[in-house]
Design a binder for this molecule. Structure first.
Ligand code: CP
Length: 307
């Protein structure tokens, strides 16, 4: 049976550690990794129904590093615009002999529906609505581990628009699986998801209180594409209270690292002084995204795991 990569829920801690170990091998022996023909003769299809820079490009680079063939489908001119159902699109791509579909879509949970209709092709979730972005969480955890290897000692604060963020949800699940000591979300109540109590995190409304002594800050942008026009202005005004500034960093540990999944809205959720400053590991996250996605390709193709 084919393997998919749809949600952090499906991964054991061992799966996650195996993927990190493999990504580390790809990072540390990059030239050797490029000659590993893991994807030779395999077709990887990118179908992004929402915009993307980092995720789409890094999946393509990762696939080409492993000698895969990449097909980028322009979803704006695909036959979905003529009324084709999404599941039929994927059954047709599978029928053409594609091996892995990398998919981003606005609908929560759509990846499982697609995967349930496929016989051979694997689905990798590149972000579904407000639900999950599992490869982002994997590269975030891989980056944290690079700077702060012991998760059992970690306090992590996720700040901003938690309600609409698939990154926040996947990061929380991943941090829990890896045994993080303390996971906090910092946001006004209307930017928290309805099921926040089920997520087992500490909730703070005040930025300085929430950032006290944290090791890692993950800043999030306001997901304006998921917010009504009426609410936008109110939120813009309130977001200043959650902006990651140099002053805000003074509440955290001295060696705090600052992360952001991108795209950045400079001056809104984070200042340029912080985004480009000594605590920022934002571009390291992007670099690590390629190695993690190479490892995830191997994970979905190997029936027995990647170690
Ligand atoms: N982090 C992330 O998903 O960025 P993109 O939307 O540019 O892919």
């Amino acid at each position: 049976m084919q393997k998919h990569f749809i949600t952090i829920h499906d991964l054991s801690k061992k799966d996650m550690l195996d993927i990190f170990e493999l990504a580390e091998k790809f990072r540390d022996n990059f030239n050797a990794a490029k000659t590993e023909p893991i994807l030779r003769g395999k077709w990887i299809t990118n179908l992004f129904f929402e915009p993307s820079t980092r995720t789409r490009c890094s999946f393509e680079i990762a696939a080409k590093n492993l000698q895969g063939e990449v097909l980028n489908i322009d979803t704006a001119v695909s036959s979905i615009t003529k009324g084709e159902e999404i599941v039929d699109t994927f059954k047709n791509i599978e029928a053409m002999g594609c091996h892995i579909a990398v998919v981003r879509h606005a609908q929560d949970g759509v990846m499982r529906e697609i995967a349930n209709h496929l016989e051979k092709m694997s689905v990798i979730n590149a972000g579904d609505g407000q639900n999950e972005h599992p490869t982002q969480a994997m590269l975030d955890m891989f980056t944290i581990r690079q700077y702060k290897p012991d998760f059992s000692q970690l306090s992590v604060a996720i700040v901003g628009d938690i309600a609409h963020s698939r990154v926040a949800r996947s990061d929380i699940l991943a941090l829990q699986k890896l045994g993080a000591k303390n996971i906090r979300v910092i946001a006004p109540s209307f930017l928290l998801p309805k099921d926040i109590q089920d997520l087992n995190v500490e909730i703070f409304e005040e930025l300085d209180e929430g950032l006290k002594d944290v090791d890692v800050i993950i800043a999030l942008r306001i997901q304006k594409e998921r917010i009504s026009k009426d609410a936008e202005q109110t939120i813009d005004g309130l977001y200043a209270a959650y902006r990651i500034t140099e002053k805000a960093l003074s509440f955290a540990k001295r060696d705090v690292i600052v992360m952001h999944p991108g795209p950045l809205n400079r001056g809104i959720e984070i200042t340029s002084a912080v985004a480009d400053g000594p605590h920022s590991v934002i571009l390291q996250q992007v670099t690590n995204g390629v190695f993690i996605r190479m490892a995830v390709f191997k994970y979905v193709l190997c029936s027995k795991g990647v170690s």
